[in-house]
Ligand binder design. Structure first.
Ligand code: SAM
Ligand code: DTB
Ligand code: SF4
Length: 323
């Protein structure tokens, strides 16, 4: 913790962010690492395990997502998991060293009734294990946000995905403002917000920087910021995109770290295609969280043994449980 903490800003302009993003990579990573160690335990990585509790058949048309009913991606809709199945996965995640358990549902918006009640019970019981608990259920109204807060939810994931300008090229069934409204509701209820985006969908570098400007304008800054590299799933409209250059991921992570010094920055989807060296460069650039476990929601992730070996080789350790 050698540097004076930089003042947190919420008024970044696109040109300012673009200058940072485009710095020589060594300079950018050096600066990001300085911010990182001023605010975080520099050898600690948060391990979050993801579980899809309601898979497929989603009404939204998000171009990247295999769970959309609009695409040919052949993720069969499946019934919602039981609370006891979820709890068994959460216990296993805890035993493997995860400190956060994140549950996803392929919903446009959470609907009141038995399914939502079941999610609340999942949150209560996962929380009772001492794990941080996160859910991502689509759009929420005020009552649902309050119910989730009452169940002890730690964080709500709701990604902005990209810039306002590029958003309509990827999703047409909801608006950017609807996304921001849910994020605002969650923040007002005092639940931590986990919000970030995806690179590699055909957006420009300015689009990436605009998304970071918007994320860094939130009050408070998001507690966590997932940076996903597009997983190109056959049958989705974005399946034919070229692979994301890992160094572009490094730039994005470093810029997010500099803009949002206190946030946990998560190196999220896309790790299965990254080498150990590329991942370590992401950690050097300020990433301090990963999804940990053999699967993301419907696609693969490095297995636990590979991640444990990576952390060991790099001399990093999982963030301890905070009781
Ligand atoms: N249905 C809810 C929603 O959209 O908010 C929650 C689940 S949704 C799958 C959560 C996030 O996963 C999306 O916002 C998107 O950022 C990310 N995601 C989905 N498919 C992806 C893909 N193929 N590659 C990278 N990230 C993806
Ligand atoms: C986030 O930013 N990435 C996660 C989590 N939040 C919910 C989801 C990644 C999904 C990748 C594609 C899949 O496995 O279906
Ligand atoms: Fe549905 Fe979420 Fe996938 Fe969009 S990202 S299609 S809202 S599950």
């Amino acid at each position: 913790m050698s540097e004076e903490p930089a003042a947190v800003r919420r008024d970044w302009s696109l040109p300012e962010v673009r200058v940072i993003h485009d710095l020589p990579l060594t300079e950018l990573v050096f600066r990001a690492q300085g911010v990182h160690r001023a605010h975080h335990a520099s050898a600690e990585v948060q391990l979050c395990t993801l579980l899809s509790v309601k898979t497929g058949g989603c009404q939204e048309d998000c171009g990247y997502c295999p769970q959309s009913a609009h695409h040919e991606s052949r993720v069969e809709p499946s019934p919602m998991l039981s609370v006891s199945d979820v709890l068994a996965s959460a216990r296993a995640a805890k035993e493997s060293g995860a400190s956060r358990f994140c549950m996803g549902a392929a919903w446009r918006q959470a609907k009141d009734g038995p399914a939502f009640e079941r999610v609340l019970e999942m949150v209560r019981q996962v929380r009772a294990l001492g794990l941080e608990t996160c859910v991502t259920l689509g759009m929420l109204d005020d009552e649902q946000v309050d119910a989730l807060a009452g169940a002890g939810l730690t964080a709500y994931n709701h990604n902005l995905d990209t810039s306002r300008e590029f958003y309509g090229s990827v999703v047409t069934t909801r608006t950017y403002d609807e996304r921001l409204e849910t994020v605002g509701r969650v923040q007002r209820a005092g639940i931590h917000v986990c919000t970030g985006g995806i690179i590699g969908m055909g957006e420009s570098i300015d689009d990436r920087c605009r998304m970071l400007v918007t994320l860094a304008s939130l009050e408070p800054h998001p507690e966590s910021v997932p940076i996903n590299a597009l997983v190109r799933v056959p049958g989705t409209p974005l399946a034919g995109r070229p692979p994301t250059d890992p160094l572009e991921l490094v730039r994005m992570i470093a810029t997010a770290r500099i803009l949002m010094p206190h946030s946990t920055v998560r190196l999220s989807a896309g790790r299965a295609e990254l080498t150990d060296e590329a991942q370590v460069l992401c950690f050097l650039a300020g990433a301090n969280s990963i999804f940990y476990g053999d699967r993301l929601l419907t696609t693969g992730n490095p297995d636990i043994e590979r991640d444990q070996a990576l952390l060991r080789k790099a001399g990093l350790s999982g963030r301890p449980l905070q009781q």
